[in-house]
Design a protein around this ligand. Structure first.
Ligand SMILES: [Zn+2]
Length: 69
């Protein structure tokens, strides 16, 4: 695990870093090696989606861009 501390790292960059890992299905536990997240932007949010090739379940991650947590 790379845990470099750099002052210029934004939360978004950290988030993207996390999503570079192969998507893993929360339903069946299948890891889609080399699979990619689809990204969509809407209403100040980045929505990452991945459809499991095995069971068809949809994994979603939402990242808010407006700094509200
Ligand atoms: Zn699955």
């Amino acid at each position: 695990m790379a845990s470099r501390r750099r002052g210029g790292t934004t939360p978004l960059e950290l988030y993207r870093e996390r999503l570079r890992e192969s998507p893993r299905c929360g339903e069946c536990g299948y890891t889609d090696e080399g699979g990619e997240w689809q990204t969509a932007y809407r209403e100040r949010r980045l929505v990452y989606r991945h459809v499991c090739p095995r069971c068809g379940a949809i994994e979603r991650r939402v990242f808010r861009l407006n700094g509200e947590n």
